[in-house]
Design a protein around this ligand. Structure first.
Ligand code: HEC
Length: 129
């Protein structure tokens, strides 16, 4: 009898494990969870250069916009260079894929949240913060 109960408990645990794995896999497949870009999870208040903007540029832009590879004459390897591109409108035009600008990053588009963060940072004065 006791042996039976143990087996049943193990079976329950096993089924529970499989179910929760399955459920969490579906949950993770949800696009909004993978690429949060809704108002709730996209923080555009007090966007910091060092915490948000610089990592975005380093990961998405720097390979083509550094001193060694200055595509289109655009360098994005310092705060002052990024701030200039952000405040003269070229950077925002490019990442929003606006007409009249070369769409950036080449061959793709940043998540909406990242674009909003660039816009927020520029409108907050493109600070070196
Ligand atoms: C794979 C290479 C590559 C990547 C990655 C890349 N760029 Fe560019 N970018 C280019 C090239 C090449 C040009 C110039 C030729 C052109 O205009 O298409 C350019 C031009 C630009 C311009 C000038 C656009 C204009 O119309 O005035 C800006 C601003 C710019 N890039 C910003 C960015 C930003 C911001 C990122 C990252 C989000 C980025 N780029 C990522 C290759 C790249």
């Amino acid at each position: 009898m006791e042996h039976q109960t143990t087996k049943f408990t193990k079976w329950l645990l096993f089924v529970g494990l499989i179910l929760s794995l399955g459920l969490s896999a579906c949950y993770k497949d949800n696009e909004e969870d993978l690429y949060p870009d809704n108002g709730e999870s996209c923080n555009t208040e007090n966007v910091s250069f060092s915490q948000t903007i610089e990592p975005l540029v380093n990961n998405n832009c720097l390979s083509c916009h550094s001193a060694t590879n200055t595509s289109g004459g655009v360098r994005l390897d310092s705060h002052s260079a990024i701030a200039e591109a952000a405040t003269n409108g070229r950077l925002l035009g490019a990442i929003r894929h606006e007409a009249g600008f070369s769409a950036m990053p080449q061959g793709g588009k940043l998540p909406d949240c990242a674009i909003s963060q660039f816009e927020a940072w520029a409108s907050q004065g493109a600070l070196n913060n």
